[in-house]
Design a protein around this ligand. Sequence first.
Ligand code: ADP
Length: 493
Amino acid sequence: MLNSFYAKLSGLFLVMIVGLGVVLAVLGGRTAQRYADEVEQKLNRTLAEEMVPRFEPLLKDSIDRAGIREKIEDMTGINRRIEIYLLDRQGALKASFASPSAAIEQKTIEMAPIRRFMKGDDLPILGDDPKDRAEKKPFSVAHIEIMGQAHCYLYVILGSEQYASVAGMIEDSYIIQGALTGFGIILLVVAGLGLLLFRRLTQRLRNVQHVVATFEQGDFDQRIDESANDEIGQLAACFNRMADTLVDTMEELRQADRMRRELVANVSHDLRSPLASIQGYLETVHMKDGSLDPEERQRYVKTALHNAQRLSDLVGELFELSKLETKQVEPTIESFPIAELVQDIVMQYEPQAEKQKIDLHAEVPERHARVAADIGLVERALSNLIDNAIHYTPGGGQVRVRLDNREQEVCVEVEDTGPGIPEDDLPHIFERFYRVDKSRDRDKGGAGLGLAIAKTILELHDRPLQVESTVGEGTTFRFCLPVATATSRPTEH
Ligand code: ADP
């Protein structure tokens, strides 16, 4: 508890408040004392002067101490707080009429304050008190003639012992006591309010700490209230953002892990089937070697070879996708005429289309625009799309590869009149190993990597691969590439 931020803050605050109280009390006391001195001196400025005519007759031949004491007693009956001294010209004490109990500590009085007083300087002027070396007191002074010696001094200490100390003054004054009590109450109220305020402020810090601790223990839904627009609110907002990022990253990691497991399962499955088939046919050929007629043997070996080819294609595609996804392949951007590439690919697929009785056509505008892209990768993506279109479109259908020159880009569309893709499958067809027909009958489709490869290639070009499809009508895949500018140069690697 003592180690808490609140305890430290409060402790410091209380020390400051008490310190402030003491300093203000001392300053206030000193000021009050000086003010009392000033008032006393101003009121009694001419006191010494007024006394001179009364005392001078008693100082003609000798110092008539008894006579003077009598006179003083008459006067101090009215004003008890004065003490009277006779000084020579240099300030040396000639006679003292202080109360008998008092011990005289100083026999010479400093002349500078006396001169200033005589000159009429602003009050208060404090002078030596013969009875108290440490203290300076308000006084009144006037010239007096002592035994024919002119310009001696009648030196009257005002206030004498009454206000000798601040404590004494406080004890004596109801006003000061009242003021001090009021001041004390104000300090107490300020201290109380301060402690309450600190408690409220540190409460928010405690909340932050509580939420962070709960989060640390695994409750990732915990967030801090960030409504206040101060440092704590900003800290809370920072933490909340960090927590969101952490949760998102964890979710991504979890998803990546799930995908990795799925991938391993899919790969093993897709590798196992052709392998098993190859093994089966080869074993048959091996075991029945004598009894197989050449035609049958030829068929078995051909099937085994076909499966070996599929296996090789699958491994090749997987390797390709993995290189694309891990960014081991950097697109080499160069400027090339896209129409020529489209026509080349379409020509390559013509025999296959013809075999399947599909009408494959390229629709290319007259103006041949150049695009800035990696020609090898674009060829691969486009081949995958055309391959799919031909593959999934039944005989008698059509496949159109269209080019659309726009201002900044050239769009390529591969449109077929195939079976279309159901709406539920559309968002997934770009995932690895995803196939609409789940039967995994190899003759009905590939491994489900073709679109994943095409999409990754376009992502490397910062371009999306879009698809529109209506079941029973057909499917259209579309991507656009930037028109090459004069500055499009092949990237160097
Ligand atoms: P596959 O190797 O199975 O063709 P792809 O990644 O190329 O894998 O395609 C994923 C799935 O999307 C395919 O299994 C198929 O069901 C569907 N598909 C792709 N292209 C077309 C198309 N032109 N018409 C209909 N379905 C398609």
